[in-house]
Design a protein. Structure first.
Length: 329
């Protein structure tokens, strides 16, 4: 059952019953047909149906009725419920009343009394079809509006995400990069450029086009890194030496992963690089310090062992014998 209502308005009960009977006979049992004997009653019924979430799709009204004329009713209906279609079914309407209904009530059709049943039924069917089409179009427009709103929100979310990514990329404390599988940089951030001795990412991208040949100090590091990426798609805490732009050698630590499309095709590598030269120097200095301390400890142990030997009776006897030998010689 649909929730659509056809409201017939006439001050003559016999006419209302006739219209209602003809519509019920010719329409499928998908609509509720209601009647009202005055314009005021019709407005009350429309209000009640609206409160019950029922839709009045069509109002068929006579023109000559007490207190409220048909054109006045239809004009009021259109003013407060513009989606409802209106039909005037009367034998006494003058041109002015019909003109008022056409202009101010968006009159769908005028049918003169006495009416032809076939004409009435066809008019009602066409009006209902038009109403349903408009309702469907309105629903589609509403869904489209929601979709557009959702898309706008997603676009805004993507814009914010992109801005956040750009901010992180530009202001990160580590070098961030993307490079092609054949070793050409696609993108580097400012810190990355500074690590390698350049004034800007643009300068580095222009100068460093062959990563493998221009950066790695040791070919073995390059080969090992490539092997790991080819077989694991990810490398963590990989340390190696590189050449800066001025030829200076520094230590870096790299974390890199392979980026693939949904088919598994390798698109590019992206990663993070840190300059760990100071850390390496501190580690080397600490290592040297430990070695020196070990040497000192070893010497101390040797001196202690010598002192212990000197204090033994055996050593003293040997010492006395040595003195006698020197004295007699």
């Amino acid at each position: 059952m649909t929730n659509l209502v056809i409201l017939c308005v006439d001050d003559e009960i016999t006419i209302l019953e006739s219209i209602k009977e003809q519509l019920r006979r010719n329409l499928e049992d998908n609509y509720e047909i209601e009647t009202a004997e005055s314009g005021e009653e019709a407005l009350e019924i429309i209000q009640e149906f609206e409160e019950d979430s029922m839709e009045v799709a069509l109002v068929i009204s006579d023109q000559i009725m007490p207190r409220m004329k048909g054109d006045e009713l239809l004009i009021d209906v259109h003013a407060h419920h513009p989606k409802i279609l209106t039909v005037m079914l009367t034998g006494q309407a003058n041109a002015q009343a019909v003109g008022n209904a056409v202009n101010a009530a968006n009159l769908y059709r005028y049918i003169a009394k006495p009416w032809d049943e076939t004409d009435l039924v066809l008019t009602v069917k066409e009006a209902l079809r038009s109403y349903l089409q408009e309702r469907q179009l309105a629903q589609q427009n509403q869904e489209l509006k929601k979709l557009n709103t959702s898309l706008e929100q997603k676009v805004e979310e993507l814009r914010i995400a992109e801005e956040n990514y750009r901010s992180i990329f530009e202001n990160a404390l580590e070098g961030i990069f993307q490079c092609t599988p054949d070793g050409k940089y696609i993108k580097v951030n400012p810190i990355m450029a500074r690590i390698y001795g350049y004034n800007s990412p643009e300068e580095m991208l222009t100068s460093r086009q062959e990563v493998d040949r221009q950066i790695f100090v040791n070919d073995s590091d390059r080969e090992h890194l490539k092997y790991l990426l080819d077989n694991q798609d990810e490398v963590k805490n990989f340390q190696y030496q590189i050449y800066r732009q001025n030829g200076a050698i520094i230590w870096v630590e790299e974390n890199t992963r392979a980026v693939r499309d949904r088919h598994g095709t390798l698109l590019y590598y992206e990663g993070i690089i840190q300059d760990i030269t100071q850390r390496k120097q501190e580690e080397q200095a600490l290592k040297l310090q430990v070695q020196q301390m070990q040497i000192a400890i070893d010497k101390s142990k040797q001196a202690s062992e010598v002192a212990k030997i000197v204090e033994t009776d055996s050593f003293q006897k040997v010492k006395q014998k040595l003195k006698k030998i020197r004295k007699n010689s």
